[in-house]
Write a protein of this length. Structure first.
Length: 523
């Protein structure tokens, strides 16, 4: 390639880079394909095209481009790593892992592949493998804001809070404008009076350049610090500010879609008659469901401490599968009228879902504690008639209070930051759970959080019996369970059961009037 062609290529790639940053992905694809015809050996062009397709959720097209690039450039780590990303988006985790490892075998210092492998193993709750890749990424480039953040999250999930705090301080020093780090620190720190970290956060709160996302995170972190110090007035002040600002950032949120989904589920199951299936599918699955902050993490730690189980934490296997079938009313009607009544289709669907759960562990019983699986209980009954469903049933006022004072990493739960929507969502959940209990009875085990906390041994024995598991002492001493926790409960999960969480919301009813509305509608 002569000098003039190199200059031309650089200019065109600079233009494409700007378009990519502006999220003009269709234009990126169009211009990159033109450029690719004259420069078929430039990995960066393939990457722009493929990654744009991924952003447009056209994963199959992305994979085709990357596989074509592999034919031209079989030893290019960035291409191999991006093939892994495409496979991961298609839920083909086996191929994804193979390609990430392939890239690392060619270049052991390929940072993106270590990060991507860390994410993959993290999703499968393979904590040690994930930790090794995040640590390797950190060793390769400890000046990357992204790498430092992932390393912190992984250390926190493992309960290595001292090490996590050290990396947070490193992140603060290298990137003083990173506000998310304060919220990460607040999750794993118990604040005392005159706490220097609280003072540091207070010094940041009035910085004019903070965007709403950062400001909300900072208010949530400050609320946590004043909550620890039992300073109710300041705790309430920062909690209200945090939620108000956070909700403003969710410009496209539409609560009506939530209501419609609940209505659709009940409508289609109203006259549905469950039959006694002959097969034994699902006997290796345990689902823990309920509201967020209802004790699902506690149940997960107890059950996943058993020698025959593997804790998958909050798996997205079920939600990813069923949300696709809620795209519109027509797809849902077809699902009920055609797919769910056809034994062969049902068998194929259940095998498809089971194959994803087996990625966690081929032999053990998988414990999935995704709270929102309460929506899919009817589907679980059809596809996995021998699965075990445990409903973590906590005082809904306590759950609502805990939801409102925390920020969630998961997208799509805008109702959590608005008092009116939060009240309505709790009511939708309560009504749907009553509906399922009426339809399915003993298929669902009601684990009352308050009883589990006050009668731990007796309740644990009952839960294990329901799951057809023999009692093991390790399920009582669950704090030795090294399964990582990536939820808000990351700090509490390392503690023994504490009764101070019971009726915790009572003292805040006057501070947060919406809690009284939840209380009135509570079953």
């Amino acid at each position: 390639m002569n000098y003039s062609n190199i200059i031309y290529l650089k200019k065109e790639l600079d233009k494409i880079k700007i378009l990519f940053k502006k999220k003009e992905f269709n234009l990126v694809i169009q211009k990159s394909k033109v450029l690719l015809k004259k420069n078929p050996n430039q990995a960066i062009i393939y990457n722009y095209i493929g990654l744009s397709y991924i952003q447009l959720n056209e994963i199959e097209n992305a994979l085709k481009i990357f596989l074509a690039a592999e034919q031209k450039l079989p030893t290019e780590p960035s291409i191999l790593s991006n093939i892994g990303i495409a496979y991961k988006n298609l839920d083909d985790l086996s191929n994804a892992r193979n390609y990430f490892n392939k890239a690392i075998n060619i270049n052991p210092k390929h940072l993106p592949s270590h990060v991507n492998l860390g994410h993959l193993e993290n999703n499968l709750n393979q904590s040690e493998k994930a930790a090794n890749h995040y640590l390797e990424a950190y060793n390769l480039n400890s000046n990357s804001e992204e790498v430092l953040t992932y390393h912190i999250l992984n250390l926190s999930a493992q309960g290595k809070f001292i090490e996590a705090k050290k990396i947070i301080f490193e992140l603060n020093n290298k990137f003083p404008e990173n506000i998310k780090s304060y919220q990460l620190y607040s999750k794993i720190h118990k604040y005392t009076l005159e706490d220097p970290h609280q003072k540091l956060m207070l010094s940041k709160i009035n910085i004019p350049s903070l965007d709403d996302e950062d400001l909300s995170n900072l208010h949530f972190a400050l609320a946590k610090s004043f909550y620890d110090q039992k300073n109710n007035e300041k705790f309430v002040h920062h909690t209200l500010k945090a939620n108000d600002i956070k909700f403003k950032t969710l410009k496209d949120y539409n609560f009506k879609l939530e209501e419609e989904q609940f209505e659709q589920i009940k409508k289609h199951y109203e006259n549905f008659h469950f039959q006694n299936q002959k097969d034994y599918k699902g006997e290796n699955l345990i689902f823990i469901v309920g509201l967020p902050r209802s004790g699902t993490t506690l149940l997960h730690q107890i059950i996943s401490s058993h020698s025959k189980t593997f804790g998958a934490e909050e798996s997205h296997v079920m939600s990813d599968f069923f949300i696709k079938r809620f795209r519109n009313e027509n797809s849902l009607v077809n699902f009920f009228s055609n797919e769910l009544v056809d034994e062969d289709i049902c068998s194929k669907l259940s095998n498809e879902i089971l194959s994803k759960y087996k990625m966690y562990d081929q032999n053990k019983i998988i414990v999935d504690k995704m709270p929102f699986n309460f929506k899919w209980i009817g589907f679980i009954k059809i596809l996995f008639p021998h699965a075990k469903i445990i409903h973590s049933n906590r005082n809904p006022v306590d759950s609502a209070f805990s939801i409102y004072r925390n920020v969630f990493d998961s997208p799509g739960i805008g109702w959590a930051y608005n008092q009116d929507y939060l009240t309505k969502y709790v009511n939708l959940y309560s009504n749907l759970m009553s509906f399922w209990k009426q339809k399915l009875g003993n298929f669902i085990y009601e684990s009352h959080y308050e009883k589990l906390v006050t009668q731990q041994v007796n309740e644990t024995k009952k839960i294990l019996e329901f799951c057809n598991l023999k009692f093991e002492d390790r399920c009582i001493d669950y704090t030795s369970n090294n399964i990582p926790s990536k939820t808000i409960s990351v700090y509490q999960v390392r503690d023994k059961i504490y009764k101070s969480s019971l009726n915790l919301s009572d003292k805040y009813l006057n501070y947060f009037p919406f809690l009284n509305q939840v209380k009135k509608k509570a079953p």
